[in-house]
Design a protein around this ligand. Structure first.
Ligand code: NAG
Ligand code: NAG
Length: 347
């Protein structure tokens, strides 16, 4: 009877809440969202999901996380102690927060960090230390509308140590691209939706593995002829560049633009290629040594196992031999008896 009452109650609650959903305001819908971080495995990694919780601070999280999604919250400042204790994080998503301040040492301990997404914040100054993170491959800074105010004053420590493969500084109101120097690993570069005033080949020559460049809505404030050399460079180096409208490159005006000799940038380009090859060969040799080491360890373990099995086999054989001898030995032969006992003891 008691159980039935419970079910009846649950059903009536369900009915009532169903009739409510239609008139549920947005605020109520927000209130129904989870209030705690949840934990899950993704790609063999342990991750915490704290997205959309309207948190102003990082709460106490479980240790050992490698992914943290803290998107859509109200974080404002990042200090050295903001994420200390979670320095094993490899993928960090801080999209859609109110971050304006990042201390120089906020990420210094994050040696495993591979992806850092700081999109849609109000970051004023980019700390140099982020560009020196030894594992950082993807950096998203898009939609930071005040970043441009400090970017040109920023003295970037070069060479940038982070092995950046993707850099997204789209939609940051940037007029003049900062001088990153050599970025030999860079393959995807998003500088779209910025009011760029020029495109200089100098900027792209030390990005010798660039495959794709997004320039959508970034060249409208630019003199057509000031793009000429860069466009020729992209074509020569087979860099796919995205524009909202390619037709302006098909005009007579563009065709008659004077162009610099792009070959003068080959030196920079080839230096970058050499750097890239060096890094690749270090990686390959490290991998080779790991393989050799692993193979050697496997062989040793196998060998020890074989020795142990042989030893066991020998012991068993000696035992049976001794037993057979014992049976064959007359009780009155003290000499042979002693041998049998001795053999028995050995086993
Ligand atoms: C570059 O950034 C813009 C705006 O942030 C985005 O819409 C676009 O998809 C990005 N491009 C690529 C190739 O990812
Ligand atoms: C320099 O670059 C241009 C354009 O890519 C190429 O045609 C030329 O062969 C290069 N010269 C040298 C010396 O590498």
């Amino acid at each position: 009877m008691c159980r039935f009452n419970e079910i009846l109650f649950a059903v009536s609650v369900l009915c009532i809440s169903n009739s409510w959903t239609k008139e549920m305001t947005e605020i109520e819908a927000l209130g129904a969202r989870p209030t705690h971080c949840t934990y899950e495995y993704a790609f063999d990694m342990y991750g915490a999901n704290c997205a959309g919780l309207r948190l102003g601070k990082i709460p106490r999280l479980k240790g050992g996380i490698e992914i943290l999604d803290f998107s859509d919250n109200k974080l404002q400042e990042l200090h050295a102690d903001t994420l200390s204790g979670y320095t094993g994080i490899r993928f960090l998503y801080l999209v859609d927060n109110h971050i304006y301040l990042i201390d120089e040492d906020a990420f210094s301990a994050f040696t495993y960090l591979e992806t850092l997404d700081l999109s849609n914040n109000v970051i004023f100054e980019l700390p140099n230390s982020i560009l020196q993170l030894p594992s950082l491959r993807k950096l998203y800074l898009k939609g930071n509308p005040i970043l441009h105010k400090s970017l040109n004053a920023l003295t970037i420590v070069r060479p940038i140590k982070a092995p950046l493969e993707l850099l997204d500084i789209s939609d940051c109101k940037i007029k003049q691209l900062p001088n990153w120097g050599s970025l030999p690993q860079l393959r995807f570069y998003n500088i779209s939706h910025n009011p760029l005033t020029s495109l200089s080949t100098d900027h792209f020559a030390p990005m010798c593995n660039l495959e794709r460049l997004d320039l959508t809505e970034s060249t409208n404030d630019m003199q057509l002829c000031s793009m000429k050399s860069a466009v020729m460079w992209f074509q020569a180096k087979k860099i796919f560049f995205q524009l909202e409208d390619y037709s302006k490159l098909n005009t007579n005006e563009f065709n008659h633009c004077p162009a610099d000799d792009i070959a003068i940038h080959n030196v920079t380009y080839h230096r970058c290629k050499a750097e890239y090859l060096q890094v690749q060969s270090i990686k390959t040799s490290r991998r080779t040594w790991l393989t050799i080491g692993g193979g050697l360890a496997g062989f040793l373990i196998g060998f020890i196992l074989l020795l142990w099995l042989m030893h066991r086999h020998n012991v068993a054989q000696t035992k049976t031999k001794a037993e057979k001898m014992k049976q064959a030995t007359p009780a009155n032969d003290p000499d042979k008896n002693a041998t049998a006992i001795l053999l028995n003891n050995v086993s």
